[in-house]
Design a protein around this ligand. Structure first.
Ligand code: N0T
Length: 532
């Protein structure tokens, strides 16, 4: 006899990325799920390191751990697989009530083959590296080599087969990232004789179709100066696709690829970044070559708001679901969670979140401790209790979000024509000027760097769900309400229980007369607007 709980668990649908009306959701156990993520450091993928990982996730209230599974650790000897780390990882994740996103460090890890087993990375003959334009050898494995692809695929399929066996009924593992920041530094593509031959052949139909180009030809004929990069992107994406598809054929989990970014605001050539990786200029090429990949995701380490927001909008194009699988762990990165979720993003994850003592400063923060991670905890606590509710609402309703910009100036959101929302950053208690801390002119403690932000979801025409920190919200009338006067019907602070909104108390008087003040105290509001 199968116990009821087990029987129910077995009927849980597989995790899946779904899309509707230009929006996306990550379905886990049949309902939208919001990744409040944390990515462990690169070398935390060993059983000995795991006890230093979970406490950091707990401290920021993350619900999902992104952590590597390296080819070298599961297939140290060709054809002999060892899944002891994976087994222990999944077991401990369950004990800690954390879901997993597994990062397959195979052919490309930050473009390099360092995580391939030694029988791969030391065998140039069997697993050839890219030939550079000048004929010298690159460090990077070539995407043109069948033998390499087959070897990586075999290991990946073994991993997926094993996951199905140990986790097919529970879905502790909810998504897979095949490869990590693929592409090549220092060579725009492979210039080996084998690659040259393919380069002189025709551009594949699927790519012409995606690009809306009717007249075919060689790569150079069709793409001119972009030919080298597009060729490399196409072949890396196809390579990853074949591996991902083979994995999905045995165990159909959602899959995404992550990108080491190209400059989002200035035009630069592929010799300056990881050429052939999923940079913003080749998202469509990846989509055409890699239908087994659900999401093309940016790793964002630029701290300034102009670059950050530009990356988010570039990766929201082509109906690409927005997911930030890596971002810096420093204070100023935390607020961008509001920009990501306000664009309907399915997840957000700072990198290097564990207490192993390592930090990737200056990419991330210096202080990976409960104190140093406070900026993330402050935001995660808003979403953690309602992560299912927010994910569902964001999938089905209009949402907006803003993060405090580097200039720290107020921002205005058009809430669909009838209403608008002005967001001022700072902390107030009363009146029209920013509250100076205990009457002194020092900035409010914890406000030395921009850390504010707000998300808004429209529940019905005049009703909005809002949360955020370090911001004052002033509602206004949109053009469709011209000539009327605005009044709050009600401002409720509350929470969700079993999908239902529960009112804790109602804001009024000083709490609403000068704008709604979101401080570092967690608050989720349901605001009903009216006119008279
Ligand atoms: C990331 C991480 C890890 C503004 C760096 C970022 C991770 C990989 N690479 O700690 O190695 O596995 O995906 C590359 C950042 C480029 C510099 C951006 C300058």
């Amino acid at each position: 006899l199968v116990p009821l709980t087990q029987a129910l668990a077995q009927n849980k649908p597989l995790p899946q990325v779904v899309k509707k009306n230009g929006k996306a959701a990550l379905m886990v156990d049949g309902a939208p799920y919001l990744i409040l993520g944390a990515q462990a450091n690169n070398s935390s993928n060993y059983v000995a390191q795991l006890p230093k990982v979970w406490p950091a996730l707990k401290d920021i209230q993350a619900n999902t751990l992104e952590i590597p599974v390296a080819w070298e650790q599961i297939e140290p000897k060709e054809g002999q697989f060892d899944f002891s780390y994976v087994d222990e990882l999944v077991k401990q994740a369950r004990q800690n009530n954390i879901r997993l996103v597994l990062l397959w460090f195979g052919t490309w890890k930050n473009t390099s083959p360092n995580y391939t087993p030694d029988w791969v990375k030391l065998d140039n003959k069997r697993f050839p590296r890219i030939t550079k334009k000048d004929g010298t050898m690159s460090y990077c494995l070539s995407p043109m080599e069948r033998t390499t692809l087959e070897a990586d695929k075999k290991a990946f399929v073994a991993l997926m087969t094993h996951l199905k066996k140990i986790d097919g009924d529970q879905h502790t593992v909810i998504m897979i990232q095949p490869q990590n920041e693929s592409g090549t530094y220092g060579s725009v593509r492979d210039y080996s004789p084998k690659a040259e031959k393919v380069f002189k052949g025709p551009v594949p139909q699927a790519l012409l179709k995606k690009k809306g180009i009717s007249k075919g030809g060689t790569w150079s004929e069709v793409f001119g100066k972009n030919a080298d990069e597009y060729f490399h992107a196409w072949h890396i994406a196809s390579y990853i696709n074949e591996i991902a598809a083979a994995g999905r054929a045995v165990y159909d989990l959602p899959m995404y690829v992550n990108a080491a970014l190209r400059e989002p605001l200035i035009e630069v050539g592929p010799e300056t970044y990881s050429s052939g990786g999923p940079t913003h200029n080749v998202i469509d090429i990846y989509q055409a070559a890699a239908p087994a990949i659900d999401i093309i995701a940016p790793d964002i380490y630029k701290r300034d708001s102009a670059n950050y927001e530009a990356v988010l909008s570039l990766y929201s194009k082509f109906e690409n679901p927005l997911f930030v699988p890596e971002t810096g762990s420093d204070t100023e990165f935390a607020r961008y969670i509001f920009s990501v979720f306000g664009r309907g993003g399915i997840g957000f994850s700072p990198f290097g979140i564990d207490y192993t003592g390592y930090t990737n400063y200056p990419l991330g923060g210096k202080d990976i401790s409960p104190e140093g991670l406070k900026p993330f905890r402050e935001k995660y606590v808003l979403f953690a209790p309602m992560m299912r509710d927010w994910a569902k609402i964001a999938y089905e309703n209009p949402v907006w979000g803003v993060a405090e910009a580097d200039d720290r100036k107020p921002q205005s959101i058009d809430l669909g024509g009838k209403w608008k929302l002005d967001v001022l950053y700072g902390e107030w208690q009363f009146g029209l000027t920013e509250w100076t801390w205990l009457g002194k002119i020092d900035p409010v403690p914890g406000r030395e760097k921009p850390n504010g932000g707000v998300v808004v979801a429209q529940l019905s025409e005049d009703e909005f769900l809002i949360t955020g920190v370090h911001a004052r919200l002033n509602f206004g009338l949109g053009p469709k309400n011209k000539g009327k006067n605005l009044i709050f019907r009600s401002v409720e602070q509350g929470h969700f229980e079993n999908g239902q909104w529960v009112v804790d108390f109602v804001w009024n008087g000083d709490q609403t007369d000068y704008g709604l003040n979101l401080t570092g105290q967690p608050a989720v509001l349901k605001v009903k607007l009216a006119t008279y």
